[in-house]
Design a protein around this ligand. Structure first.
Ligand SMILES: C[C@H](O)[C@@H](O)CC(=O)C(=O)O
Ligand SMILES: [Mg+2]
Length: 457
């Protein structure tokens, strides 16, 4: 195991900040249910005795970020004064300590605010580990021996689909071609699709100009938000289909707007526009509902995608087992960090479902590219039927922003998980005291926050 020397790696601080960007002003990121999101995150910085740092975040839509910040502060006790090398040497064991504390698990377990907090902390730890190894995270994952990688995963609740031993065998069977696939990633990157054209708050004119922009950037797959009004959806999706032509791909995303029967009816109406998938047609918890929708839409060639609000590996297991999902959308900031996401990739591969990561949020594009590149190099060995979402927002705030060229993510080169903000970002966008927020309050662009938010230092 490439576990760093323990010297200097005692964790001496865990800092967390509420960071918000005023994206609702332009309708960026808007969908049927999140009509005015301010793209935000709880941003964690972990520092060791020797001054080494790891940065991690979980994505939110504005209000409520302070709740996650509080939860992360409560969880500090599980991290402070631990030695980072000890954590990495038994990452699976540490994962259980963090997610299954006998008192805190009552507010989860492994779901909701508690799990979002866990994700931010674990993302910071994985970033720290990759930095200590002087590798981008995807290379750290690829270079771990199958036994080492698998030791980071908690297999409790999923052994009926995949066991530790089976996972090791799956990874070993792919070892032979790993270096060739790494070269392919370094030379050609990984295919992306764009959601930027179709936020629900965008006017028809903006949608038209963005279609032209992303076509010129060589994108072949375009996702459009739907679900508020069928006539509007028909008009917007017809326009996009007209702009992109029949040889490109259209995906639609309802962000949980419908009941099961409504989803089927609505999608039958959109079927002539040939959407490749309907994303989050109904409640993210309704496994059997998704299976019903998948079955009903199969004859129309429409698959079902979900995962960005899937609570944990157990829910993913059921979606994958039930035939409720044809495109599995892992999210780097919702479930329990890389450790739990690896479990989902293993189950999806075994159950023959393509993983197409969700990335509509702050820093998600930066993170999920690493995970999907690991999948190509070490597990699935294929890019067939797989794409990583790309939204062109907030990249300028990252020290190592994702780079998308010719509609492909270029392989990250800098050490870490690409999660560190540039210094000015916290000064400007920490909520509510950042200079940009102060300016917007003074100018009346946003109301002063209420008491709950003000208690956040
Ligand atoms: C609120 C977010 O922008 C959400 O709409 C993102 C999403 O559903 C996606 O990227 O997919
Ligand atoms: Mg979505």
């Amino acid at each position: 195991m490439p576990v760093p020397d323990r010297k200097g790696l005692n964790i001496v601080s865990l800092d967390v900040k509420d960071v918000r960007f005023p994206t609702s002003l332009g309708g960026h990121g808007s969908d049927a249910l999140h009509t005015d999101p301010n793209y935000s995150c709880a941003y964690v910085t972990i520092t060791t005795e020797s001054g080494r740092q790891g940065f991690g975040l979980t994505f939110t839509c504005g209000r409520g970020t302070e709740v996650i910040v509080f939860c992360i502060r409560t969880m500090k006790r599980f991290v402070l004064n631990k030695n980072a090398a000890d954590i990495f040497a038994d990452f699976g064991g540490f994962w259980r300590t963090l997610t299954n504390d006998s008192q805190m698990r009552w507010i989860g377990p492994e779901k909701g605010v508690a799990h979002l907090a866990v994700a931010a902390i674990l993302n910071a730890l994985w970033d720290l580990w990759a930095r200590l190894e002087n590798k981008p995270l995807w290379r750290l994952l690829v270079d771990l021996e199958p036994e080492e990688l698998v030791s980071t995963i908690d297999f409790r609740y999923i052994t009926d689909v995949v066991t530790k031993e089976e996972a090791i065998q799956m990874l070993k069977s792919k070892r032979a071609g790993v270096q060739e696939r790494v070269k392919i990633l370094e030379q050609k990157g990984y295919p992306a699709y764009t959601t930027q054209v179709g936020w629900l708050g965008y006017s028809d004119e903006v949608l038209a100009s963005l279609c032209a922009k992303y076509l010129a950037l060589s994108f072949t797959h375009f996702k459009v938000k739907v679900g508020l009004n069928l006539q509007d959806d028909l008009r917007r999706c017809s326009a996009v289909r007209k702009y992109i032509g029949d040889d490109k791909f259209l995906m639609v995303d309802a962000n949980q707007a419908w009941s099961v029967d409504e989803a089927i009816k609505w999608m039958k109406a959109l079927a002539p526009l040939k959407p490749m998938w309907i994303e989050e047609p109904t409640s993210p918890d309704d496994v059997l509902g998704h299976a019903t929708i998948s079955k009903a839409l199969k004859p129309y060639g429409i698959g079902v995608a979900t995962g960005e609000m899937c609570a944990n590996r157990v829910m993913f297991k059921q979606f994958l087992q039930s035939g409720g999902v044809q495109y599995c959308q892992i999210d780097s900031a919702r479930i329990g960090g890389v450790n739990e996401i690896l479990a989902v990739y293993l189950m999806a591969w075994k159950l023959n479902v393509s993983v197409c990561p969700h990335a509509g949020g702050v820093g998600l594009c930066e993170m999920v590219q690493h995970l999907q590149m690991w999948d190509f190099a070490s597990l699935s060995g294929t890019m067939e039927g797989r794409l990583v979402e790309y939204v062109d927002q907030q990249h300028e705030h990252f020290v190592d922003p994702c780079v998308v060229e010719n509609a492909r993510y270029m392989a990250p080169k800098m050490p870490g998980y690409s999660t560190e903000f540039i210094p000015g970002t916290l000064e400007k966008f920490a909520y509510p005291r950042g200079s940009e927020w102060q300016r917007m309050f003074n100018e009346g662009i946003f109301p002063l926050p209420d008491e709950a938010e003000l208690v956040n230092p």
